[in-house]
Design a protein around this ligand. Structure first.
Ligand code: GAR
Length: 209
């Protein structure tokens, strides 16, 4: 008997290119896909991620970040089994993280533990990397806990920082790395080949390329 597909919710605040990469990757797996994206939630009504969800025929919900009980109830009502944050810029309520411990992941546009934490999102991350003089940046996939960007690191994909980079050119290079890395992490999590041990260690991280 085959294992039932994971019912995946994506939380996103922005354009949703990572959401799109996940949808495209799962679709490319066809009948072997371990997950179905059944719900996309955004704290921003104008988020492109909601448009992408609607275009794909997926339930798309605008939920202000203050509605934490509503978020938990919505996830339960839709029988969500796993959550992927994809450019979600809010702290996920503790009750949701507790309920989904080991089944909720995030993608961050830098090599954690550097350039993470409160205020480190989107363009701010790339500005900080350039200001630091770092020669390498990249994407980090990690499990989510109640603190910003501090959950166990699953996998990282480095990219070079060029001398003439602007925050926008660096962001584009990192985003391309995210699109390669994150769908594979999400698929592995949903397939059960990636997990978070009770001792906090990551087991079975997928290969980066
Ligand atoms: C991505 O670069 C993602 O890593 C970043 O927001 C962008 C969203 O792009 N997330 C964070 O900065 C979280 N700390 P997208 O909406 O096109 O996927």
């Amino acid at each position: 008997m085959s294992t039932p597909r994971a019912r995946l919710a994506i939380l996103a605040s922005g354009g949703g290119s990572n959401l799109q990469a996940i949808l495209d990757h799962l679709r490319s797996l066809g009948a072997a896909s371990p997950a179905e994206v059944v719900l996309v939630i955004s704290d921003r009504a104008a988020a492109g991620a909601l448009d992408r969800a609607r275009a794909a025929g997926i339930a798309a919900v605008h939920l202000p970040a203050s509605a934490s009980h509503t978020l938990a109830a919505l996830l339960e009502a839709q029988d969500i089994t796993h959550i992927a944050l994809a450019g979600y810029l809010r702290l996920v309520p503790a009750e949701v993280i507790t309920a989904f411990a080991g089944r909720i992941v995030n993608i961050h546009p830098a090599l954690l533990p550097a350039f993470g934490g409160p205020g480190m999102y989107g363009r701010h991350v790339h500005e900080a990397v350039l200001a630091s003089g770092a020669r390498v940046s990249g994407a980090t996939a990690h499990f989510v806990d109640t603190r910003y960007d501090e959950g166990a690191i699953i996998a990282q994909s480095p990219v070079p920082v060029h001398a003439d980079d602007t925050p926008a050119t660096l962001a584009a290079r990192v985003l391309a790395a995210e699109h390669q890395l994150y769908p594979r992490v999400v698929a592995a999590l949903c397939a059960g080949t990636l997990s978070l041990g009770s001792d906090g260690t990551v087991r079975g991280a997928p290969p980066v390329s």
